[in-house]
Design a protein. Structure first.
Length: 259
C-alpha cells in the first residue's frame, strides 16, 4: 500500500493517491468483515502521514482563461472535448454528471436537463435549467441516429484525462505556447459558483445551483423548489460567459465641435 501510494504521489498526483487509498481501504474493510480476515493492508496507515494534509483547492478561471477556453473549443478539431468543456463551465456540475449524460435526461424543448439520483452525490435528482446557449450546444450534438440511451457527449463515456490534455494543448497554443496555471475539470465548477456570487445571486440559490441541498431546518420547513430563481441564475451566468468570450463592440459616436 505504501509503495502504491508513493508511486502516485511521486508522479505529482497527491489527490489521486488520496482517492486510491480511500477506495482501497473501503474495499479491504469490506473484505475483512466479509471473509473474517484478521487485518487489512491499510490498517495502521494514515493518508495524512503518507500523502500529507489535504489542501482545499481555490483555483478559479479568470476572464482571460475563460476566453482562452472558449476559443480553444471552437472548430471541428475540438469536436471531442469542446462541447464538454463549454457545458461544464455553463452548468457547474461534476465531470461524471455531465460525462455520462444520456439524451433521455434532456428536454431541449422545455430547456431542462435532469441528472438522475444514481449520478449525484446527494442521491437526489438535480434539475439543470438550460440557458439558450446551452440548448444551442446540445442541439448541435443531437444526431439523427441518437437514441434515448445514447451518451450526449461523443456517443460514449468521455475520457476525461485525454480530453483535458487536448484542451490544455489547444489553450497553450492560443496563449503563445505557454500553458495556463494548472487547473482541473472541477475548477470549472468552482468558477461557476464563484461567478454566481459575482452576479449577486443569493447564496442559497447559488448553493442549490450546484446541487448542495438546503441546510438545517430549511430542509424540512422550506419546500419551495426555487425553479424561477435557479433559471435566472443559470441564464445570468450564461450571459456573463457570453459577454466575456464574445463582447459586444463598443459604440463610438463622433461629436461635432460646437461653434
Amino acid at each position: 500500500m505504501i509503495a502504491l501510494v508513493d508511486e502516485i504521489v511521486d508522479r505529482g498526483h497527491p489527490e489521486a493517491a488520496r482517492l486510491v487509498f480511500a477506495y482501497t481501504r473501503r474495499l479491504f474493510g469490506w473484505a475483512v468483515s466479509r471473509y473474517g480476515l484478521e487485518h487489512a493492508p491499510t490498517d495502521h496507515l494514515s493518508p495524512r502521514d503518507l500523502i500529507g494534509t489535504k489542501k482545499s483547492r481555490r483555483r478559479v478561471l479568470n476572464e482571460r482563461e475563460i476566453k482562452l477556453l472558449w476559443q480553444a473549443t471552437e472548430g471541428p478539431e475540438a469536436s471531442y472535448f469542446g462541447p464538454y468543456a463549454r457545458l461544464l463551465l455553463l452548468f457547474g456540475v461534476r465531470r461524471t454528471e455531465l460525462g455520462r449524460a444520456i439524451w433521455l435526461e434532456c428536454d431541449l424543448d422545455g430547456a431542462t436537463w435532469t441528472i438522475p439520483p444514481g449520478r449525484m452525490k446527494s442521491d437526489e435528482p438535480h434539475v439543470v435549467p438550460l440557458a439558450p446557449v446551452a440548448v444551442e450546444i446540445l442541439r448541435s450534438l443531437l444526431t439523427p441516429n441518437a437514441r434515448a440511451t445514447s451518451y450526449v457527449i461523443g456517443g460514449a463515456p468521455i475520457h476525461y484525462s485525454r480530453a483535458k490534455r487536448r484542451l490544455d494543448a489547444a489553450m497553450a497554443a492560443l496563449n503563445g505556447g505557454k500553458p495556463i496555471p494548472r487547473w482541473t475539470w472541477h475548477d470549472a465548477r468552482r468558477t461557476f459558483r464563484t461567478g454566481l456570487s459575482g452576479l449577486k445571486i443569493a447564496p442559497h440559490i447559488a448553493e442549490l445551483a450546484i446541487a448542495h441541498g438546503k441546510q438545517g431546518l430549511n430542509r424540512i420547513y422550506d419546500q419551495h423548489e426555487y425553479d424561477v430563481e435557479l433559471r435566472h441564475a443559470f441564464e445570468a451566468w450564461a450571459r456573463r460567459v457570453t459577454s466575456i468570450v464574445a463582447p459586444l463592440p463598443e459604440k463610438v459616436v463622433a461629436l461635432r465641435p460646437t461653434t
